[in-house]
Design a protein around this ligand. Structure first.
Ligand SMILES: [Zn+2]
Length: 521
């Protein structure tokens, strides 16, 4: 058995050899990552929604870690001091939720109250100015099956009113069973949403005329937020791209607007199809105006720290290492903790910063945690557009967005994704593959943005022709859900990703020249 023993030792030596040759920063540890993630993703932090008080605490936590690691504040202030905080402007609008609809019916006006008579299910186009109403019956368009409620009905710029379910004659579905099923039950309305958007209607009003949705009106929440935050650079776009709204109303609303109308479904409730004719309701208009209580610009924070380079020339070139710190709001009243998305990446930035500050490189390295990623890469777009560092001197961006889990198809192998734009893919695969050399004991899957389900802050740099990539767990069952908890993080994996991140950063920051990664060297 000695032979065996001997060969085992030899094998062990061969296996260990690559790891030993690469100096790994001891300060990067699973335990420290655990500490950061358990704090940032605790219920107390309420999902770190940017902007919010909890997000503010998270930003100050990162800044205190940067300071403790000896990073320099990296953002110039008007008084020529420096700060770790870069204010990112958001337009904050406060609305009065006492919203009323005023319906004009042949010159008579009737008022309907938010939550009392109607609920807002979706959308942001809530102002309606003398908007015509189209009665669309079931709101179904199935011409192949001989049924089309929109035939000859121009609903563009109008409000569509339709009832739940699908047509029946003497209790028998008019449409083939599988089609009928599509429109019935609690999710039946979803199949009707498409018409709203495809026909340019202003809004869709849904009425559960016979309770077949099985959810009492009172139980349905209204998705109306009295506070709205829009990234300043997005304001015009937001205004022009307000999403048509979907409302849910009590049957009494439909009864009122079709009172005395020959085609009213209440006239022959046992036979809705009698006198059934979708049409524009003459003389009936919807007026509603959301009262703006307050509008102001508020600032939420990117946290930015610097490890200045040691080389008199190359210190004016920058390698950036970043991760978004914000996450999303509660889901059904439960905190979305965002341990993997993206407390893990933020913790990784802190760990790599701490290690690199102990051994600065020739080039300067900027460490950033971003706000507003979940709202459209707002923090990273702001950073690259701010001119705080000349964009032409930023040589590379390493982004970490979920470094602590594996997606369902890679649970076994624990494989992790490395995602970039396809023009950088081949060269980065070679570069990172060579540097990895056994740092991770799991495979890396190289992918390009077009195929990868996830977008992230590296794209703000790529849009400025700066080579960049991101480490990504892949889409797992807890993404943007309350189950994305610190207890489910694979800390050994996160530690390895950080050590690889450190190795890549150190290499780039010390090379004579940073490649453009547009072609394989
Ligand atoms: Zn994320």
């Amino acid at each position: 058995m000695i032979i065996k023993k001997t060969s085992f030792l030899f094998a062990a030596l061969v296996f260990l050899l690559p790891i030993c040759t690469q100096a790994q920063p001891e300060t990067i540890s699973a335990d420290e990552l655990k500490g950061h993630i358990h704090f940032l993703a605790s219920d107390f932090m309420n999902g770190r929604v940017g902007p919010s008080e909890e997000y503010e605490i998270a930003a100050r936590y990162v800044a205190s870690q940067f300071a403790a690691a000896g990073l320099e504040p990296a953002i110039g202030k008007n008084d020529s001091t420096k700060s770790f905080f870069q204010g990112v402007p958001f337009a904050k609008t406060e609305y009065n939720d006492k919203l009323n609809w005023n319906i004009l019916i042949n010159g008579e006006s009737m008022s309907f109250g938010h939550k009392e008579d109607f609920k807002i299910m979706y959308g942001s186009k809530l102002n309606h100015d003398r908007t015509e109403i189209a009665w669309a019956g079931y709101g179904i368009e199935e011409p192949d099956h001989g049924w089309n409620d929109f035939e000859g009905l121009d609903v563009s710029g109008k409000v569509i009113v339709c009832i739940n379910g699908a047509p029946e004659k003497n209790g028998t579905p008019v449409l083939p069973e599988d089609v009928h099923k599509k429109y019935t039950g609690p999710n039946g309305f979803r199949a009707k949403f498409g018409n709203l958007f495809s026909k340019g209607a202003e809004a869709l009003v849904m009425v559960d005329i016979n309770g077949s949705m099985g959810i009492p009106f009172e139980m349905i929440p209204s998705e109306f937020r009295t506070e709205k935050y829009v990234y300043q650079d997005n304001r015009d776009r937001e205004r022009s791209s307000r999403i048509p709204s979907i409302y849910y109303v009590k049957p009494s609303f439909l009864e009122a607007i079709m009172k005395g109308h020959p085609g009213s479904p209440f006239r022959y409730s046992d036979n809705i199809l009698k006198n059934y004719k979708p049409q524009i309701l003459e003389g009936v208009y919807l007026n509603s105006k959301v009262e703006v209580l307050n509008e102001e610009i508020i600032y939420t924070k990117n946290v930015v720290g610097l490890v200045e380079g040691t080389d008199p020339e190359l210190k004016n070139e920058y390698i950036t290492v970043g991760a978004h710190l914000d996450h999303v709001k509660k889901l059904n009243g439960q905190v979305c903790n965002g341990a993997d998305d993206n407390a893990s990446g933020s913790a990784g930035v802190i760990e790599i910063a701490e290690a690199l500050a102990l051994k600065p490189c020739k080039r300067s390295v900027i460490f950033i945690t971003y706000t507003g990623e979940e709202m459209g890469l707002c923090g990273s777009r702001y950073f690259v557009g701010s001119g705080e560092y000349p964009i032409e001197n930023i040589r590379f961006n390493l982004n970490m967005d979920m470094i602590g889990r594996s997606d369902n198809k890679n649970k076994e192998s624990r494989a992790h994704y490395v995602v970039t734009n396809k023009k950088y893919l081949a060269a980065l695969e070679t570069f990172i593959g060579e540097l990895n050399n056994g740092i991770t004991d799991f495979p890396l899957i190289f992918d390009d943005d077009e195929h990868s389900p996830g977008g992230s802050d590296h794209q703000s740099f790529i849009s400025r022709e700066i080579p960049a990539f991101f480490f990504f767990s892949g889409v797992h069952e807890d993404l943007h859900k309350p189950g994305d908890d610190p207890e489910k993080i694979d800390y050994a994996k996160a530690e390895s990703i950080c050590k690889l991140g450190y190795t890549i950063t150190e290499k780039l920051a010390n090379m004579d020249e940073v490649p453009d990664f547009l072609k394989e060297d």
